[in-house]
Ligand binder design. Structure first.
Ligand code: KG4
Ligand code: ZN
Length: 340
């Protein structure tokens, strides 16, 4: 059984090997009116959700607690209170049932989600662009336990950039999927935003957000009805231009990473993998440069417990068990150290 509680989703899954028997996520609606996740509300919601979600996940999988061999749980990185709820529950439940725990690095789980039985798995080595609301990394993956972050955002994550821009124009949280939806009706070259210049394979989105803020201040001071009813095309063009810039920044670095490493097996993970612009850009690289691309189903892209269970299966085979005294860490070291 696996438990994921790093942010605002309470996930519980049951796996037999790499086959997913059940995979439930209790979403927390409470945050949408605040324009972002409120950590204290998230940990309270995890507390109320965890027991019913475990009960339903076992029921859905058609198994009883006695059938479970180990409990894998996310021990970081993430929100401290949220992690604490999942970790405390996982350790207590495992202890009460006399089985081991397996603490799991959340980012490693996003990457190894590609090995769940109903997804197409890349061969090693591959590159994984992990893009979510909390993380943006390019990882070189040599095996389930050998991975290295070769590029990373220096500030905001890509999903955060989508959400913050959406918030600036009054869209509800999370704004990423809404920007994606509106982009489909817009012209992406109507507004031109500059890429943030960062050395090597690293990225930065905070300058981009400031640039968009200045643009909005200017355009709304000239016409306060710029996004009002009747001017939908402006909204669509703005969203398309924002999305185009974010995706271009990501793709630039991914292309550099591929040519630097010579690796053309490219996987994506995390909530932003749902983005249609990113998917199209990857498809184009597959056609033009022969990239082999791996995009897992959405249920394994956004935060979920099946991906945590998948790492649990690898680590169970290697007998990498946790201790009752393990404490989850909001700022776990990078992937390389965590899997050594
Ligand atoms: O992986 P995830 O579910 O949770 C985190 O670990 O953060 O990712 C959530 C993020 C949010 O920032 C959300 O806006 C973004 O993924 N997202 C999208 C899309 N769907 C989700 N961003 C752009 N386009 C989408 N279609
Ligand atoms: Zn995540």
């Amino acid at each position: 059984m696996a438990i994921e509680s790093s942010c605002d989703d309470t996930g519980v899954a049951v796996l037999r090997g790499n086959e997913v028997l059940s995979n439930l996520v209790a979403n927390q609606k409470v945050h949408s009116r605040f324009g972002g996740v409120v950590p204290e509300l998230a940990s309270r919601a995890h507390q109320s959700n965890i027991i019913p979600t475990v009960t339903l996940a076992l029921e859905d999988a058609g198994v009883s607690p006695n059938d479970i061999d180990a409990v894998a749980y996310t021990n970081g990185p993430g929100l401290s209170g949220s992690l604490l709820v999942g970790a405390s529950f996982a350790k207590s439940w495992a202890w009460a049932n006399g089985i081991p725990t397996i603490p799991i690095h959340h980012m490693r789980a996003h990457i190894l989600a590609h090995f769940i039985h109903d997804t197409e798995s890349p061969s090693f080595p591959f590159l994984c662009l992990t893009v979510s609301g909390g993380h943006t990394q390019i990882v070189r993956v040599d095996s389930p336990s050998e991975m290295e972050v070769i590029g990373s955002t220096l500030d905001d994550a890509a999903g955060e950039a989508f959400d913050k821009v959406a918030k600036l124009i009054g869209l509800p949280y999370p704004g990423g999927p809404i920007i994606d939806k509106y982009s489909k009706f817009g012209y992406c070259n109507r507004f031109i935003f500059n890429h943030s210049k960062v050395d090597g394979l690293n990225l930065s989105f905070s300058g981009f957000k400031t640039q968009v803020l200045r643009f909005l201040q200017k355009i709304l001071s000239e016409n306060k009805d710029f996004f009002s009813e009747g001017n939908e095309q402006n909204l669509y063009d703005f969203c398309a231009s924002v999305q185009h810039t974010i995706i271009e920044m990501l793709m630039d670095k991914l292309i550099q990473a591929s040519s630097k490493t010579g690796i053309i097996d490219i996987a994506i993970a995390g909530g932003v993998s749902a983005n249609s612009g990113l998917r199209n850009a990857l498809e184009k690289m597959a056609q033009s440069d022969g990239w082999k691309i791996y995009i897992p189903p959405l249920r394994y892209c956004t935060d979920n417990a099946a991906m945590v269970g998948m790492v649990g299966v690898f680590d169970f085979e290697d007998k990498k068990f946790g201790k009752l005294s393990d404490v989850p860490s909001p700022r776990l070291p990078d992937l390389r150290q965590s899997v050594e």
